[in-house]
Design a protein around this ligand. Structure first.
Ligand SMILES: [Zn+2]
Length: 106
């Protein structure tokens, strides 16, 4: 079950970063696998080095196209409050300004 943050303000820094900039996938090998139904395929399991989200890809055996993909998000990733990307940028700016002596954005 995916547990999202309620508001943008509630997001952890790492989750805010990944929502805005995308996940920082660590390198992982593509390896042969046999699926539950006996079919052969490839798989690649990735982990975000920033927020810990995991992505599981199953690839077509001949074309290497993505056949199935699912994610396991760390608690708090995502936001129930509707937002646009500019809202995420604004939140990052506010957090950065809060760390400055004068506290000004921009
Ligand atoms: Zn991430």
């Amino acid at each position: 079950m995916r547990i999202k943050s309620d508001t943008i303000r509630d997001l952890k820094d790492k989750h805010l970063r990944c929502l805005l900039l995308g996940h920082a996938w660590g390198d992982a090998p593509i390896i042969a696998t046999v699926l539950e139904n006996g079919l052969e395929a490839w798989k690649q399991n990735l982990t975000c080095e920033s927020c810990g989200t995991r992505r599981f890809d199953t690839l077509e055996p001949k074309t290497f196209d993505v056949w199935r993909r699912h994610y396991e998000w760390t608690p708090g990733y995502g936001c129930n409050e509707p937002y646009v990307r500019a809202d995420l940028r604004a939140e990052r700016a506010y957090r950065a300004s809060a760390q400055q002596p004068n506290g000004q954005v921009g």
